[in-house]
Ligand binder design. Structure first.
Ligand code: ADP
Length: 476
């Protein structure tokens, strides 16, 4: 049995509670029934005692008893269980029985054949008025169960003990029957509660079972699966909502990996084929030194392409898998970040004689991962060089707008047509394949900027140039 199972735990809790409740109810019902039964017997005993007391009269030093008045009925039937007995405790006194005029120390009902019979106290049931009235259970000569009231009376300064009894075999039998009936009811309710509790638990846990069923159907082919929140109860809606979100992320990551893998293998195929053909051709026959140098130069340039593609893929894969770590965040001066980025692109700009103008009045501060922000900006400046004309220019400006910094990187290069402006941020998208590149730079830049709560926008016109505007929150 698994004790960490909700099913078993809930069953044990609910069942123990129901069991306890049923036991208490059954016990109280039996107690109440007993009480009611004995209440009427005790009332009869009290009435009988009162009648006997009412029949007493003082006669000089004795008590005269009108026994004839109570001689009728059960008291004259032998061993009926209806007995009375009077003991005179006071000395020099006794009972004078009306009929015989005899003086007796005790008077006993004819039903109690043995005159000297003592009512043995088997169990004291009730004590009233400080022992002056005691109800107790006893047995008669024939071992029949009795309920006895013993009353200590002081009548005209004479102490008298009065015993009255009633047979209780029928009452005990009824109580026994009631107990049996309650036991049957108890067992039936336990059986029903087991059935009801089990069905309720099953019903309540069904959504969880459905949920896990849905999960068991997930595989790499249906990662885009989204569960319908409306099919789940209120308590599970949140969990299903976050599960869908998680699946969305996993599916996106999986798609990205697939795309990276297929694009990377596709893009690597051509340069690798180029290297192989250069090698094959060179090895076909003896070449001159210059020819070998040319071949090695071509291989080097193709290897550079592969290198830039692999670096792009590695950078993208790192961003996708780790996302940006906030513990690398620090206070950054935008002027310092831009100067570093310009330094890193200087050689490329120099090769095309492109002038990078960086204008600023004030420095502003951001919070972020320095290396990543530099990487994002370098990608954009590099594009401004790559897609620019010989002797072109790049203007870099920073403006403060409310709590944001607007960083503009503007070139006067080939520009981007409006239909391509939305697509260039997609992974591997390239407008013109004749210029070297991987199609990953802008996607990497966008991911970095957005993970710093920023935005990247573009304004461009074909043959006029392109302006990238990066918006980032600034701090004081
Ligand atoms: P890559 O430059 O390696 O091809 P990017 O993601 O950086 O990849 O750019 C995607 C495409 O967007 C480029 O192939 C190019 O067609 C276009 N592009 C990017 N920047 C510019 C720019 N400044 N001017 C013109 N076209 C650009």
């Amino acid at each position: 049995m698994k004790f960490n199972s909700i099913k078993i735990k809930s069953f044990l809790y609910l069942f123990s509670f129901t069991l306890l409740l049923t036991i208490i109810i059954s016990f109280l019902s039996v107690q109440k029934f007993k009480e009611l039964m004995f209440f009427s017997i005790d009332k009869t005993l009290k009435n009988e005692a009162d009648i006997i007391i009412g029949l007493m009269k003082e006669d000089k030093n004795f008590i005269e008893l009108e026994i004839t008045e109570i001689k009728d009925g059960n008291y004259i039937k032998n061993n009926s269980g209806h007995y009375y007995k009077l003991n005179m405790i006071s000395k020099n006194s006794g009972f004078k029985v009306h009929e015989t005029n005899k003086v007796l120390n005790k008077v006993v009902s004819p039903s109690l054949i043995d005159q000297n019979y003592e009512f043995k106290i088997l169990n004291v049931e009730k004590v009233i008025n400080k022992d002056s009235e005691i109800f107790f259970s006893s047995k008669d000569i024939n071992n029949n169960p009795l309920r006895v009231l013993k009353k200590n009376i002081n009548y005209k300064n004479k102490d008298i003990e009065l015993y009255v009894s009633e047979p209780i075999s029928d009452t005990l039998h009824s109580i026994q029957e009631f107990k049996f009936f309650i036991t049957i009811i108890f067992l039936i309710s336990i059986l029903f509660s087991i059935i009801i509790i089990t069905s309720l638990i099953k019903l309540f846990l069904k959504p969880i079972a459905d949920f896990s069923n849905e999960l068991s159907n997930i595989n790499h082919k249906n990662l885009d699966l989204s569960l319908d929140i409306n099919n789940y109860p209120e308590e599970l809606k949140n969990m299903v909502f976050y599960f869908n979100k998680m699946m969305e992320k996993i599916s996106k990551a999986f798609e990205t990996e697939k795309l990276i893998l297929s694009e990377a293998s596709h893009k690597l195929k051509t340069p690798l084929a180029v290297i192989k053909s250069h090698c094959d051709i060179s090895l076909k026959k003896e070449r001159t030194k210059d020819e070998y140098i040319d071949t090695l130069k071509s291989i080097k340039s193709t290897t550079n392409k592969i290198n830039s593609l692999v670096l792009g893929i590695l950078s993208l894969a790192k961003l996708e898998s780790e996302s940006i770590k906030h513990n690398n965040f620090e206070r950054l001066s935008i002027i310092d970040v831009l100067n570093t980025s310009i330094d890193l692109t200087e050689l490329l700009a120099y090769q095309k004689n492109i002038k990078i103008n960086f204008e600023y009045n004030n420095d502003y501060y951001l919070v972020g991962d320095r290396d990543k922000i530099v990487e994002a900006i370098v990608n954009i400046i590099e594009n401004g060089i790559k897609y620019n004309l010989q002797d072109g220019t790049i203007d870099i400006k920073i403006i403060k707008n409310d709590n944001n910094l607007l960083l503009s990187i503007k070139d006067n290069g080939i520009g981007i047509s409006s239909e391509n402006q939305n697509k260039i941020f997609e992974k591997f998208y390239r407008v013109d394949n004749s210029i070297e590149g991987s199609g990953l730079g802008l996607n990497i830049s966008k991911t970095i900027i957005e993970s710093h709560n920023g935005k990247i926008e573009i304004v461009s016109e074909v043959n006029k140039g392109t302006e990238f505007i990066i918006k980032l929150p600034i701090i004081n």
